[in-house]
Design a protein around this ligand. Structure first.
Ligand code: SF4
Ligand code: SF4
Length: 165
């Protein structure tokens, strides 16, 4: 894992533009060809990377919060959705809700999540590297490579598979 994290630290920023260009080209690959490779790369990434040894997303990137998240988490914490929103959530310029600060206030010292069972949908899905819509989100995927070593790893694997297209 250390080797992957070091590779990510050293190269993710430098390769962001190259990765964005690659991701744009990936759009032309037929879904049935791409999806199995994507799933394989995603599985391999999370087999090799332990999120508990990283937590960089929780430390740097506030997740978006849906109304369902708000209701579920506030119920779990035994406070009203209104109280929860006042204490932990802010509205961004687009009117979306997100947690109000980084590192996330629910991140424990050992990198575990205090509300893991009821965590936001965005946290469950991050970094979205095994989703059908992956090839439609070049900009987001490129941005995720500088936050998430697994997202970076997936792109490196795909670049090898497609010989950089
Ligand atoms: S940044 Fe990626 S690898 Fe790190 S904890 Fe988040 S999802 Fe896991
Ligand atoms: S809610 Fe949990 S998983 Fe989501 S950012 Fe906070 S600590 Fe990380």
């Amino acid at each position: 894992m250390e080797e992957i994290i070091n590779d990510w630290r050293k190269n993710a920023g430098i390769q962001k533009k190259e990765n964005f260009d690659f991701l744009k080209k990936l759009k032309s690959v037929p879904g049935p060809e791409l999806i199995p490779l994507l799933q394989k790369s995603h599985d391999e990434a999370f087999h090799r990377i332990d999120c508990l040894g990283c937590a960089n997303c929780c430390k740097t990137t506030p997740p978006l919060i849906t109304k369902n998240d708000l209701n579920r988490i506030s119920k779990h914490l035994n406070i009203s959705p209104k109280q929860f929103k006042r204490r932990f959530v802010l509205d961004d310029v687009n009117g979306d809700m997100m947690f109000n600060g980084v590192p996330c206030r629910f991140l424990n010292e050992d990198n575990s999540c205090l509300i893991y069972e009821v965590r936001p949908e965005a946290c469950r899905k991050y970094p979205h590297t095994n989703e059908l819509e992956y090839q439609d989100r070049a900009l987001l995927n490129a941005a995720n490579t500088v936050v998430c070593p697994a997202a970076f790893y997936v792109i490196q694997r795909l670049k090898t598979e497609f010989d950089y297209l």
